[in-house]
Design a protein around this ligand. Structure first.
Ligand SMILES: C[C@@H](N)C(=O)N[C@H](C)C(=O)O
Ligand SMILES: [Zn+2]
Length: 231
């Protein structure tokens, strides 16, 4: 159990709304949809209203210093069954990376790999009082694109299960390239936190507002987002 999971939720009832077209750069095709994740008629590109407002503000702050640069949204709303699908996918990927057949793992090995998966992915709990962060509409995975629409290099891909994903991984970097990765991560974290979003301590791309991880990271007694209405 993660520490944020003990934080109570007092749902505020704010709407989950679509991220408008054209303003941000959106990861397309959407990576989890491409893998066959079970979205049904739901879209990953939705967020709670106040989270969206904070994203607008973060992009405005970014553009004050870097005209033409934009936030690139990799993932936002993630229904619990998609969370489960992606946890299973991450388990499969890690097993295969170790040369193992994911369908023939011993229980001990399965638990060992799952522990690595849960370092990065939240538990896909079906309990409405224990929703994973993205299922609340209060979490977003983002990177940056520059003025010529090129994805800015952060030194490691989103979702990599590795220490390279830690926001400060390149803080002590010696090479110019690695120093650049660090500067890009600091830029992203700086604009997002200035706009009122909190960063996951182990993932340079994950930011949140209103849900339990945000409450835990920012010292609130309560979260204001649980599962959104109708999801
Ligand atoms: C792994 C990444 N895509 C992610 O979203 N992690 C957080 C913690 C989550 O699963 O909620
Ligand atoms: Zn995330």
């Amino acid at each position: 159990m993660k520490p944020y999971q003990s934080i109570p939720i007092q749902e505020c009832g704010e709407r989950l709304v679509p991220i408008p077209d054209g303003l941000f750069s959106l990861e397309s095709p959407h990576p989890y949809r491409e893998l066959g994740a079970p979205y049904g008629d739901r879209s990953p590109f939705c967020l709670r209203e106040s989270v969206l407002e904070r994203l607008f503000n973060a992009q405005e702050i970014l553009q004050r210093h870097y005209p033409g640069w934009r936030l690139r949204i990799f993932d936002a709303f993630r229904p619990v069954d998609v969370q489960q699908f992606m946890v299973d996918q991450a388990l499969t990927d890690l097993a295969e990376k170790q040369g193992l057949n994911p369908r023939r793992l011993s229980e001990e090995k399965r638990q060992e790999i799952l522990a690595d998966v849960y370092e990065f992915w939240a538990l896909p709990s079906q309990d409405p009082n224990d929703p994973p962060p993205h299922a609340t509409g209060g979490a977003v995975d983002v990177t940056l694109v520059n003025a010529t629409n090129q994805v800015v290099n952060m030194g490691s891909p989103i979702d990599e299960i590795s220490p390279r994903s830690h926001p400060k991984y390149f803080a002590e970097a010696q090479t110019k390239l690695e120093q650049e990765y660090h500067a890009h991560r600091e830029l992203l974290a700086g604009v997002m936190t200035e706009a009122g979003l909190a960063q996951h301590p182990q993932e340079w791309w994950h930011f949140c507002y209103g849900e339990r991880m945000w409450a835990w990271l920012t010292g609130q007694e309560m979260a204001i987002y649980g599962l959104p209405e109708g999801c």
